[in-house]
Design a protein around this ligand. Structure first.
Ligand code: PGA
Length: 249
């Protein structure tokens, strides 16, 4: 059985004070949700506040990116060891917004994933197709390319630690969710890619999250699909009550 995994992705929202206020409200709402993994991926400057607020709770903290070098003259960058030392346990890698606006490629996704694992962080690696790719019937081909370039270079032991997030780009922040059937089908296709490369046991064990307009009112239907193991939630993770409703689906 795969443990359900509910992750918030705050993107570029909230200040440290707003972070603390969020956790004060949110933690009591999810205190009884012990059978699932709960994570908030916060902007770098809010990590200290998030880690302090969530300390001793059932909520883990992650970042939204990292650089693959451990340290050095890389102005503006943050490394895996820095995140780990700041109390992070997770890091989102290869989000479509990073691919779209910041030049992220499958090759850099792999480098970041390896760096995260070396630092003892759990990478949440994002994949997903654009609308024109889905409409052209190229979804599986795109996922295969992202998988081959971004994940297939891990060894078995490294792969066993990662979480995959499938986020159809056309469903992110648009209010358009993939139907549970459509998402479930794509998750199954991703699991088949994992099986072909890492074997059947790895495919059964890996958690694949769905992301893209997950809301309190659609989470239950998505989570009912056999191959959907959790959510990566943007907009609806910013309000304590709405993310708690998703966590407690
Ligand atoms: P959304 O974002 O829930 O606001 O669609 C999801 C994501 O980008 O991870």
């Amino acid at each position: 059985m795969r443990t359900p995994f509910m992750a918030g992705n705050w993107k570029m929202y909230k200040t440290p004070a707003e972070t603390t206020a969020f956790f004060n409200e949110f933690l009591p709402m999810v205190a009884d949700a012990k059978d699932r993994e709960i994570v908030i991926n916060a902007p770098y400057v809010n990590i200290a506040a998030a880690v302090t607020s969530a300390s001793g709770s059932n909520v883990g903290i992650g970042a939204q990116n990292l650089f693959w070098e451990k340290e050095g003259a890389y102005t503006g960058e943050i490394s895996g060891p820095m995140l780990k030392a700041s109390g992070c346990q997770y890091v989102v890698i290869g989000h479509s917004e990073r691919r779209q606006y910041f030049g992220e490629t499958d090759a850099t996704v792999l480098k970041r994933a390896v760096a995260a694992l070396e630092a003892g962080l759990i990478p949440i690696v994002c994949v997903g197709e654009l609308l024109e790719e889905r409409e052209a019937g190229r979804t599986n081909e795109v996922l295969q390319t992202q998988f081959d370039g971004g994940l297939a270079g891990l060894d078995d032991e490294q792969f066993a630690k990662i979480v995959i997030a499938y986020e159809p780009v056309w469903a992110i922040g648009t209010g358009k969710t993939a139907t549970p059937e459509m998402a479930g089908e794509t998750h199954q296709a991703i699991r088949a890619l994992v099986a072909a490369k890492f074997g059947a046991d790895a495919a059964t064990a890996v958690r694949i999250l769905y992301g893209g307009s997950v809301k309190p009112n659609n989470v239950k239907d998505l989570m009912a699909m056999e191959d959907i193991d959790g959510g990566l939630v943007g907009g609806a993770s910013l309000e304590p009550a709405s993310f708690a409703a998703i966590v407690n689906f």
